[in-house]
Design a protein around this ligand. Structure first.
Ligand SMILES: Nc1ncnc2c1ncn2[C@@H]1O[C@H](COP(=O)(O)OP(=O)(O)OP(=O)(O)O)[C@@H](O)[C@H]1O
Ligand code: SF4
Ligand SMILES: [Mg+2]
Length: 343
């Protein structure tokens, strides 16, 4: 399935990305033929439940998956501007990872080096990837700490990660990832471990920095609520596939895939009572080792039809930037209100 956008100006174009892990239990088909694009300065959210392939997709973009046991199938293409990432030399990859694309990992505790000061960790990338002297790198590191709103940056430079709160550590991670002013920042669940107020501050900070550094962002999260005010577009993933993609307002106001309906229902709303129990989708995603036939969501979908169990749904283009894969979008399918009347 091809990406719907063939614009040469995409900063990143992923086509037919297919990633498997070869394990003793069998082949785990973690990412199954996904295609998408990212435009310069855009924020794209990758959203879906645990295990749907968000981190594997992100790591594939940075070529951080160890091959073997990972297999990136030959059909896969990852273009950074017009350069094939999967064919980059070791030397080119080294610069690509530091200067062009950087990633904030899911867990800041384990991504920061506990034995190195904050200052040295920020300066490291600047010294490796630019021609800056130690003095210049130090000045830049202090500036970055100021930009991520860390008070007393000169003092913080000398501290170790364990001396900082979770929110501060996450700010340091952002400073490290922006040190070489990358064109793309991949933020993998950057706020999961933080309380709600700090979460909002970190998301605001990412927005501000994006404007300042002109960075495009791939924001990875399992929580649709987190992305409402931050993302330009949303890509919903399920069991290694993209089931729906669209502009944020279209996904929130006119979702087309039943899995997106379920994710939206589980977002807390301001107009609901705090005692109201949040919706939770029953069942679990399919085992990715199993051969999957038909629609991957069929076992949990409230609208499953006979065709869903037999044939994979086609990708339907709803508007230029809105696509979804569901048989309900077929012209002969029952309309949802009709369906609900007959239920
Ligand atoms: N090294 C590995 N070996 C085998 N299976 C793996 C490996 N890494 C990931 N997987 C499997 O690939 C699938 C996708 O994993 P991934 O980490 O991308 O999920 P995720 O969407 O990031 O989930 P989470 O929200 O929990 O971070 C999962 O089923 C996972 O168990
Ligand atoms: S194709 Fe069928 S099973 Fe899959 S999401 Fe649509 S209605 Fe549900
Ligand atoms: Mg993950």
């Amino acid at each position: 399935m091809k990406s719907e956008n063939t614009n040469k100006e995409n900063i990143l174009t992923v086509e037919n990305l297919t990633v498997s892990f070869h394990t003793y239990a069998g082949e785990v088909k973690a990412v199954r033929d996904i295609s998408f694009y990212l435009k310069p300065k855009e924020t794209l959210a990758l959203v879906g439940e645990s295990g749907c392939g968000k981190t594997v997709t992100s790591k594939a973009i940075l070529r951080l998956l160890k091959v073997p046991p990972t297999e990136i199938k030959d059909c896969s293409k990852i273009l950074f501007e017009d350069e094939e990432v999967l064919k980059m030399s070791k030397k080119r990859l080294f610069d690509y990872r530091g200067k062009e694309v950087s990633m904030i990992f899911q867990d800041p505790m384990t991504s920061l080096n506990p034995t190195m000061t904050i200052g040295n960790q920020i300066m490291e990338g600047i010294l490796i990837h630019t021609k800056a002297t130690k003095k210049e790198a130090e000045k830049k590191a202090i500036e970055l700490l100021k930009k991520v709103n860390i008070p007393n940056p000169e003092e913080r430079m000398k501290q170790y990660p364990h001396e900082l709160s979770g929110g501060m550590r996450q700010r340091v991670m952002i400073a490290i990832s922006l040190a070489c002013e990358p064109k793309i920042l991949i933020a993998d669940e950057p706020t999961t471990a933080l309380d709600v107020t700090i979460q909002a501050q970190i998301l605001d900070l990412l927005q501000e920095l994006k404007e300042e550094f002109n960075t495009a962002i791939i924001l990875v999260t399992h929580d649709l609520g987190v992305v409402a005010n931050v993302a330009d577009r949303i890509q919903v993933m399920y069991a290694g596939k993209v089931v729906e993609t669209g502009k944020t307002k279209d996904i929130f106001s006119e979702p087309k895939h039943p899995y997106t309906f379920a994710l939206l229902k589980s977002v807390p709303r301001l107009d609901t009572d705090s005692d109201t129990e949040l919706y939770s989708l029953g069942g679990t995603p399919p085992d990715l080792i199993r051969e999957l036939k038909g629609c991957i969501f069929a076992e949990r979908c409230p609208y499953t039809m006979e065709i869903c169990k037999e044939q994979e749904p086609e990708l339907t283009q709803i508007s230029p930037e809105h696509t979804a894969s569901c048989w309900l979008l077929h012209k002969d399918a029952p309309k949802l209100d009709e369906w609900e009347r007959n239920a």
